[in-house]
Design a protein around this ligand. Sequence first.
Ligand SMILES: *Cc1c(COP(=O)(O)O)cnc(C)c1O
Length: 374
Amino acid sequence: MGTSASGIDAANQRAGAILTVDLRALRANYRLLRARAAPAACAAVLKSDAYGLGALAVGAALYDEGCRHFFVAHLEEGIALRPHLAQDAAIYVLHGLPAGTAGDCLRHHLVPVLNSLQQIAAWQYLARAKGGALPAIVQIDSGMSRMGLSASELATVQRDPALLDGIKLHYAMSHLACADQADSPMNRQQLARFVAARQALPPCPASLANSSGIFLSPQFHFDLVRPGAALYGIAPQADGPNPMAPVVRLQGRIVQTRTIAAGDHVGYSLRYTASGERRIATVAIGYADGWLRTMSNRGAGLVDGIAVPQVGNISMDSVTFDVTALAPSQVAAGALIDLIAPDQPVDVVAATADTIGYEVLTSLGPRIHRQYRG
Ligand SMILES: *Cc1c(COP(=O)(O)O)cnc(C)c1O
């Protein structure tokens, strides 16, 4: 590797683990989703730092691709993102307005998703004070019981439409609970409830589908779709091949290797015992970096396409692999092991960890060096 000229290379060399985001693949995924959802517009969900990939870089790439609708979860995320996106890009805040924050939301040119009558009242109060209409999305709970107006709150709005005076409704919105299972009856049920609920609101565009919802029938698309996961390469459907391009590569760096004898143990609580002579590589990523401890003694890394089993308990800052199958030159200190790669997609890692790709990506911590290609 030698001495590096640029600071970026130096950070790469120092890093125990490297997350490489392929912006070209990200953009291709955006185009695929947009084409599938057309004529609906296609937003991008950038909450939790764009699922760990970096909201600023992802937002800039997708703006460049023509995306003008962005979603974050928390007001604070929107405030951090706002200066990095041009003013013609809308940034919607899914959690809406915590008490006392309507002024902040307006000042930072963010659009709240109003989830309750209190949030609607707070936004209307500010609109009155400003003497003009303020933009918002109103969310309806269509069966997930997580966020949005309940049936009775919706009935209140229907009886008294003046509750929405001064609010310019960009969209009526809801969220699907089971969209990754195309044959779940819940999808049709939520669709029917959403269609009915829209009647209670003044006419306005609508948004229902997340990534998985885009792969249901076009009735689910309405005017705006809101993918997150599929943009980042996570499979949008439980069954069948993944139509999305892989966006993320995660590599861990080998700190050192050692040869152990039959009967020797590896790691905390001695969860792995060698049945014969083994070569063990210690890699600088651990559960503190989001390399989930549920993967202890399970799954594998890849070196030059060859699987190397993960052995022993995962530590806070390191993890151990059995690299006996490889030549010592391939696994010298400093070499990189693929942890997430096209041959070992994020969904495979998630299955090993008994979780979902979303949790794998959003767990990846700040010690992992992020770099961008394309
Ligand atoms: C997270 C989220 C999305 C994006 O969901 P994906 O499954 O990642 O596509 C869309 N809408 C809402 C309300 C969300 O919370």
